[in-house]
Write a protein that binds this ligand. Sequence first.
Ligand SMILES: *[C@@H]1O[C@H](CO)[C@@H](O)[C@H](O)[C@H]1NC(C)=O
Ligand SMILES: *[C@@H]1O[C@H](CO)[C@@H](O)[C@H](O)[C@H]1NC(C)=O
Ligand SMILES: *[C@@H]1O[C@H](CO)[C@@H](O)[C@H](O)[C@H]1NC(C)=O
Ligand SMILES: *[C@@H]1O[C@H](CO)[C@@H](O)[C@H](O)[C@H]1NC(C)=O
Ligand SMILES: CC(=O)N[C@H]1CO[C@H](CO)[C@@H](O)[C@@H]1O
Ligand SMILES: CC(=O)N[C@H]1CO[C@H](CO)[C@@H](O)[C@@H]1O
Ligand SMILES: [Zn+2]
Ligand SMILES: [Zn+2]
Ligand SMILES: [Zn+2]
Ligand SMILES: [Zn+2]
Length: 801
Amino acid sequence: MDLPVDEWKSYLLEKWSLLPISVRLAISTAKTLSDVFLLSSSLLQPEDEMFLKRLSRGYLVGKDPGAPLFYREEGNKKFQEKDYAGAAVLYSKGVSHSKPNTEDISLCYANRSAALFHLGQYETCLKDIIKAQTHGYPERLQPKIMLRKAECLVTMGRLQEASQTISDLESNFTAKPALADSPFQSLQRNLHHLKMKIQEKKNLTETFPAALAKAFEDMDLREENEQISSASSSVTLCTDPLKGRYLIATKDILPGELLVKEAAFVSVLNPGEVQPLHQALDSKWSTRVTNGDLYCHQCLKHTLATVPCDGCSYAKYCSQECMQQAWELYHRIECSLGGLLLTLGVFCHIALRLTLLARFEDAGEIIRKLCDETSHKDIYLPESKNMVKTLNYGQGENEENGKIVQTPIPGCDVNGKYENNYYAVFNLLPHTENHSPEHKFLCALSVSALCRQLEAASLQALTTNLESSKLKAAVTPEFCSDLDIWGVAMLRHMLQLQCNAQAITTIQHTGSKENIITDSRQVRLATGIFPVVSLLNHSCSPNTSVSFISNVATIRASQQIGKGQEILHCYGPHESRMGVAERQQKLRSQYFFDCNCPACQTEAHRVAAGPRWEAFCCNSCRAPMQGDDVLSCGNRSCTESMSRDHLVSRLQNLQQQVDMAQKLLRNGKLEPAIRRLLGCRHDAESFLSAEHTMVGEIEDDLAQAYAALGDWQKSATHLQRSLQVVEVRHGPCSVEMGHELFKLAQIFFSGFAISEALNTIEKAEKVLLVHYGPWHDDIQELQKMKSCLLDLPPIPVGPSM
Ligand SMILES: *[C@@H]1O[C@H](CO)[C@@H](O)[C@H](O)[C@H]1NC(C)=O
Ligand SMILES: *[C@@H]1O[C@H](CO)[C@@H](O)[C@H](O)[C@H]1NC(C)=O
Ligand SMILES: *[C@@H]1O[C@H](CO)[C@@H](O)[C@H](O)[C@H]1NC(C)=O
Ligand SMILES: *[C@@H]1O[C@H](CO)[C@@H](O)[C@H](O)[C@H]1NC(C)=O
Ligand SMILES: CC(=O)N[C@H]1CO[C@H](CO)[C@@H](O)[C@@H]1O
Ligand SMILES: CC(=O)N[C@H]1CO[C@H](CO)[C@@H](O)[C@@H]1O
Ligand SMILES: [Zn+2]
Ligand SMILES: [Zn+2]
Ligand SMILES: [Zn+2]
Ligand SMILES: [Zn+2]
């Protein structure tokens, strides 16, 4: 997903292996990125481009005229099944394939407004009705959506407008009764019904409370750092020739304190599993829903009612504003390149977008630097072998044209300020010398192919007399005149991304409405660049926790951090998810350093018994088993032993049994699911440690099954066992623990176990506050439960809830 698709990767690796040794040597030993780029791109042949184009054409990224009708029909099916959310997404897919100002698009919007109405999303419903009308909704159908509009307005309490809509509709009727092809009588009945509703509402003096404003004030940094934008004044930026840049605490920091709140400089939505057409099994139009259908491609907000780009079917947004913003900033250039960008992968896409965004900054200095890169081979970038110069540059003064230029820390401006801007991104380390030559070749050729496509697109736009002024403006001359310079910049970004890309995640709540307890799962949504977050060093047991709202990252202290201590976060390999050997290997191969964090130090000294959540235990005495190929009981007075293969295959069998039980559970076959799960637990107890992840999973499923049966006590008992497993693995203050406590609170709440519920809510709140802050949905939900239990007046909710 991050790198190009396998076909292109293996094509290029083969090309590399067939190059003369002298050429490979030249690329391997090239001193600057610009040499790597220029040498590699001179090797890109027309047949290579043809091959890449063939791969790109495999993706459906344009508007397909047959698709809107198909998706509308599929949506109608979902609508009949009362799956309104499912229907809305399919209508959205129909919208994305429709050309603007066509009957297709207006019908899709009108259908979607019906689904949104049933989902209670009245504001969005109204917007869709307006969109249907502006795109030419057929006059014969008008009464239908006008009625829906009136109904929406009534429900929202906007009675004046509702009355106006109804009287408009009525006067149109009397003027041209032939308009309505729906039976006049039924329409009259509907009108009458609505008028009654309005009367009723008018009689109620009470007005609707304004929607609970999700004030983000509390989410803001208490005091912004003067030196680093988006960071709190509780931290400061330091630099060290060996460690590079890092953040330390300037005072004692309490758990939960917000330290960084930064919007992504760029983010690219991970497309999910988009299958090229030749691999798609069924039809070319898939009803499968991916992240690309549910999240805004600009701000990453979740929405069922996306607004598509006018020119392609893959770029979708939460609003007209986001669409326009994306168009101005980058999409007018990316729009026609959808298939190519899917083929080349997310890193290449981000690299392109970064350079597109660079045009909007005072990029003079950057361009000068890039020109130096391409023309004078003797000028090195900070990470290059010219260490002396690097250190000078990094620490103090740098003589340039006889002028003393003060650049205290790489990425900071002349005043020493570090900001979320292209300059800071440009200064992130690409680790050029650590990447393998074939990887650099792969990246360079991919970037070079992209540059040629951009050039071709711009020539086409400049020479042909296009009627669309949008397209004519699509390619700015300043961009194509210096393509090589931007090619080098893009290559640099691609290499930077390996160490600096930040996965943007979201918590998806799975489980249908019938499930009382929701399961939450962290999913990767997008890849982004956050220059300030990138200042943090890694630890396998970090003292901060990161979470995201749309494309904004927040970093909070997850524990007390003393004045002068370093602020650390985890690059992925967390001690609760991986053993020390695997972590070290991953950090070395991806990030090029040997982790020396406290977790790695203590674990390395411990005899490799493995963590408790993966441990096998003795069949006869339940003591942990130890050893490599053959495991023997850790209890000296017990002689039990067992081959690892045997235990592993037992574990695999058990996993299959659990999978089957989960399937039963999903299909609502609760009793058989419970019987099977109890059998699994019995089996697990005979060879797995009580804190084994599998045991936790079984207990969690049992809790869910009993909750669905309404047996709160049993459900709670099993969930508490699952909680113990989570605590051993992730720690008592982890976000995972918070989610598990949240579930337990829901169970006690539903079972009216008031004191247990209050107690658990408090614990869950305490843990989740540290990770998410006070305005997160889960915290709000907990507070609602609490006030309900304490019999306080309920929190006012907006009409849409
Ligand atoms: C969608 O629109 C068409 C055309 O107006 C209509 O026949 C159909 O009933 C609509 N479906 C829903 C679910 O409203
Ligand atoms: C009434 O008819 C006019 C002209 O056909 C149209 O522009 C207007 O939107 C209609 N109003 C309603 C409420 O249907
Ligand atoms: C609203 O109130 C008026 C008088 O206050 C009454 O005549 C009317 O029946 C009421 N309407 C409804 C729908 O309750
Ligand atoms: C060790 O094994 C003996 C014999 O099987 C058993 O009686 C004893 O309880 C075990 N001790 C522990 C700590 O498991
Ligand atoms: C204290 C610490 O872990 N420092 C590390 C910060 O990250 C760089 C690499 O990015 C390592 O080299 C340092 O050892
Ligand atoms: C649990 C943990 O590793 N906490 C660490 C947070 O960061 C400080 C500063 O590096 C360490 O001293 C703590 O051990
Ligand atoms: Zn958006
Ligand atoms: Zn587009
Ligand atoms: Zn470590
Ligand atoms: Zn034993």
